[in-house]
Design a protein around this ligand. Structure first.
Ligand code: HEC
Length: 146
């Protein structure tokens, strides 16, 4: 290798190395993004309880006791006793502000809606199983009100 061809090769190698560094950085940040997306997806559980008549009925009982006062008999968000200044969600329209999968609805009921928690977290106050029954009940209620 002559000196002049070395002089031409070295900058090319530097450029190549820099390109490789950028490429691997992009690659690892993509890996991080994919991991985060997978984690988020993993946090939205599958509904483990089949929407049998029994489950829907159990959901109705929970709803009547704990949810109806705000969300209304029909689930349209017009309950008799909402907290002043709050707007309980309509649960029978197609609009799900916090996600429309069973798992997303389950999460909202379980964890509530931050930061104000006008929609309370029900974790620990009703069982996880009861929350799934309510989800099944809400699906039925929405289907019947079409
Ligand atoms: C004290 C009143 C109150 C009670 C009781 C209550 N909620 Fe809510 N709920 C709200 C309010 C207010 C919102 C709207 C929160 C927001 O999006 O800011 C809401 C939102 C929701 C949502 C999200 C709807 C969407 O569009 O994503 C679901 C699901 C829900 N409630 C289900 C329930 C269930 C099931 C119960 C009973 C276990 C219940 N709520 C009890 C007030 C209440």
């Amino acid at each position: 290798m002559t000196l002049s061809s070395l002089a031409r090769t070295v900058p090319a190698l530097v450029v190549l190395a820099a390109a490789f560094a950028v490429f691997t950085a992009a690659d690892s940040s993509r890996a991080v993004a994919v991991e985060a997306a997978q984690e988020a997806a993993a946090e939205v559980p599958e509904n483990p309880i089949e929407a049998t008549e029994e489950s829907v009925r159990a959901g109705l009982r929970v709803y009547g006791r704990f949810c109806r006062s705000c969300h209304g008999v029909r689930g349209d968000g017009r309950g008799q006793n909402p907290s002043p200044g709050t707007r309980p969600a309509n649960l029978i329209d197609d609009e799900w502000v916090h996600g429309d999968s069973d798992g997303a609805i389950y999460n909202v009921i379980r964890q509530g809606v931050p930061p104000n928690y006008d929609m309370d977290a029900w974790e620990g106050r009703i069982t996880d199983e009861e929350i799934w029954h309510v989800v099944n009940f809400l699906r039925e209620l929405a289907a019947r009100s079409q």
